[in-house]
Design a binder for this molecule. Structure first.
Ligand code: ATP
Ligand code: MG
Length: 437
């Protein structure tokens, strides 16, 4: 697949190119923040390609988030660079480049000085570029080095990207951001128009952009992945085809190893919505919870045949629910709305998690939350079973011999009547209520 052109980001790109022009003996700093997949690395890559005059050298390094070791940034930035050419004691260089046989024989201060000297030597007279990707994940030694480099006169543009940082990385980020030589940009999601630009380059049509924007939340990563997955199926699939397994598992893998309470809450929120899941967890669903005996998420609700909702149920309920919500927010799965109710960051995430809930748990959750069943017309029932079978509106129209426009109307009525936020939810509702035969 050929890469899609970058949508939007014109202002940010211009700001980076502007900073490049300012580089002299003093460095200029660009700090790009934004959540996972928003397009930080892509913007850096496009900016590097557009720099004029060309930088004499680009030193780019990143965190190794799974097994951080001291000086990950230096080691990755210098990989492929002949160590013999670098200034400093061989043992210190071995340590900074993470040679397996390296022994640490130097104080942290000494290593930091050598690391600064090495960076300066590699940059030479410049102007060059230092790229620090994913500062939020960097080891403390690399963080100290980045802070030091930003404070040192260097003929370089220093470009730093970061997701939301923890305390230590946050302090470094604040220091970088606090100089008059710094340009900061926070990247938000792509707009509906920018999503349409991407669809147009991929499929030659802007149709469905609003719905695709809604499904992906304008996140560049999800958008790009959907385009890749449905390149041949066409743009309509981006709106309503089920999430391919490899993408769904990117989401559900994030829950692996989490506390049972966290997973239960994620499942409840995916199927019922954040506010209903909270109410259920607090045992406050009134008649619905009472009629079901006890709420699935309240303590002591051990029931046979459903280990997922009874395992490790702690006493207290709501404190644990707060912890679960907090954890899901920090995993980037939920966000807290203005009213304090948790919602999914992206509809896609919700779909993936809802689809992963196994039948027994799903039925139990839906039964506990369920109200009176809505009345569905005969045609609505037919359309609903098409939706539950994973058909697109076009396929449903063909299968039922009615127009796609009529199907669309039925689908929107179905969403309303079943209280579903998406086709996936309506499909789940159909399964639970026996409309799928
Ligand atoms: N403005 C854009 N237009 C089109 N595609 C984009 C845009 N921004 C990013 N992409 C694509 O989206 C995907 C994710 O982008 P990228 O890797 O830059 O995100 P990121 O912010 O660096 O994420 P992470 O925090 O995970 O490193 C990539 O495939 C990238 O090419
Ligand atoms: Mg990145």
């Amino acid at each position: 697949m050929t890469a899609l052109p970058m949508a939007g980001r014109g202002e940010e790109l211009a700001a980076i190119l502007g900073a490049w022009k300012q580089v002299g003996d003093q460095s200029q700093i660009v700090v790009l923040t934004g959540e996972a997949g928003v397009g930080k690395s892509r913007l850096v890559a496009e900016a590097l390609a557009a720099l004029r005059p060309r930088p004499t050298r680009v030193l780019a390094g990143q965190a190794r988030s799974h097994a951080p070791s001291p000086y990950d940034w230096t080691a990755s930035a210098l990989s492929g660079h002949p160590v013999e050419d670098l200034p400093g004691p061989a043992d210190a260089l071995a340590w900074l480049t993470q040679r397996p046989d390296a022994r640490r024989e130097f104080s942290p201060g000494m290593l930091l000085r050598v690391a600064v000297d090495v960076t300066r030597a590699v940059l030479g007279d410049g102007p060059g570029v230092l790229v620090v990707e994913d500062l939020h994940d960097l080891d403390p030694a690399s963080l100290a080095l980045v802070a030091e480099l930003a404070a040192t006169p260097l003929p370089a543009l220093v470009i730093v990207t970061s997701r939301a940082p923890d305390a230590l990385a946050g302090r470094v980020l604040a220091r970088l951001g606090g100089t008059p030589r710094t340009v900061r940009r926070h990247l938000g999601p792509l707009s509906p128009d920018e999503v349409a630009d991407v669809l147009e380059s991929a499929f030659g049509t802007r149709a469905g952009a609003a719905a695709v924007h809604e499904r992906t939340g304008g996140n560049a990563f999800w958008l790009t992945e959907l385009v890749a997955a449905f390149r041949t199926a066409g743009p309509e699939a981006l709106v309503d085809a089920p999430l391919p397994a490899h993408l769904a598992s990117l989401v559900t893998d994030r829950l692996v190893g989490e506390a049972p309470e966290t997973i239960r809450f994620a499942h409840a929120a995916a199927l019922l919505g954040g506010a209903a899941a909270l109410a259920l967890a607090a045992g406050q669903t009134g008649q619905a919870a009472e009629s079901a005996g006890s709420a699935a998420l309240t303590p002591g609700s051990a029931r046979t045949g459903d280990p997922a909702t009874s395992a490790d149920a702690p006493a207290g309920g709501t404190v644990d629910t707060d912890a679960a919500v907090h954890r899901l927010v920090s995993l980037g799965i939920l966000v807290l709305g203005a009213d304090g109710a948790p919602g999914f960051r992206y509809p896609l995430t919700r779909e993936a998690i809802a689809d992963s809930v196994l039948p027994a748990e799903r039925a139990a959750l839906l039964a506990r939350a369920g109200g009176p069943e809505p009345h569905l017309t005969g045609r609505e029932r037919e359309v609903l079973s098409c939706v539950a079978a994973g058909m697109t509106n076009q396929q449903a129209a063909t299968s039922l011999g009615i127009s796609i426009r009529t199907v669309t109307v039925h689908v929107s009525n179905l969403l309303r009547k079943t209280g579903s936020a998406s086709r996936t939810e309506a499909a789940l509702w159909a399964v639970r209520n026996g409309y799928t035969e």
